[in-house]
Design a protein around this ligand. Sequence first.
Ligand SMILES: Nc1ncnc2c1ncn2[C@@H]1O[C@H](COP(=O)(O)OP(=O)(O)OP(=O)(O)O)[C@@H](O)[C@H]1O
Ligand SMILES: O=C(O)C1=C[C@@H](O)[C@@H](O)[C@H](O)C1
Ligand SMILES: [Mg+2]
Length: 256
Amino acid sequence: MIASRRAARQAGPPVTAPKPAPPTHRVLPVGEESHTHNPTEVEASKKAKQRRKRRRRGASRVPDRAIVFVGPMAAGKTSLGRRVAKELAVPFVDSDVLFVREHGAITDFFAAHGEPEFRRIEAEIIAAELAKPGTKILALGGGAVLTESTRQLLAQYPTILLMTTQDAVLRTANLSRRPLLRDDPSAWGRILAERKPLYLEVANVTFRTDRAGKEQLTKRVVQWVKAYGRKERANARRSTTERGREVSMDEKKERE
Ligand SMILES: Nc1ncnc2c1ncn2[C@@H]1O[C@H](COP(=O)(O)OP(=O)(O)OP(=O)(O)O)[C@@H](O)[C@H]1O
Ligand SMILES: O=C(O)C1=C[C@@H](O)[C@@H](O)[C@H](O)C1
Ligand SMILES: [Mg+2]
């Protein structure tokens, strides 16, 4: 059976078979690329392999847990977070989106149950998301840092603060989706003044989103994340070696 299938494969299609359709520039699904001998498709396959290799290399340099984005309303957590996640080929999660999925619109929830109940559930959602293994970009709601337990958890995660100015927000953000700002534009600055110390307490680094375009910022944040991952791995290797040395010193002492 196997021999006959091999023979059929070696024999190729019957001479009378209709001519196959001309090759197209279709991008082949992952895993199918190596079954072609068409030069265009071979080239596409090579490029796909290189891309996967680059992604694996990139992924191995990023921290193996959540990378968190914090910052004031409309600073760019969602738009930049999505871009950075795409570039690193890791999932993007937004705590506001998780909340809405479970409990409906945030403004309605505030009106019906009040802010303290919102903060309690928000903190639970964030803690559960941080506890899940694997690299991801996690964007937090603008007020998540108000909760102390969340701030304490963030001490164990690379945390990026996105900062901007009220002028930039009023220029770029869609105010119809932000009724608080539409009705009282100076609310943004007042809220930021109250929260700034909390943002700075949890952040490992700050990027200004009003001073550079999204593309340039994405590159800079990706570079920072990779450098953070490299440093963390180097530190882990160093402390393993040091622990190894301590053990062998102890063994030596015991033998003496
Ligand atoms: N670097 C940038 N340059 C110009 N515009 C930007 C930049 N970053 C974000 N924006 C714009 O600012 C607006 C707010 O961005 P985004 O919704 O990502 O902010 P956010 O921090 O997620 O807001 P929220 O706190 O409401 O969730 C969007 O219109 C976005 O396109
Ligand atoms: O700044 C805030 O307090 C908030 C920001 C949003 O991301 C939402 O989490 C919610 O609207 C509260
Ligand atoms: Mg957002």
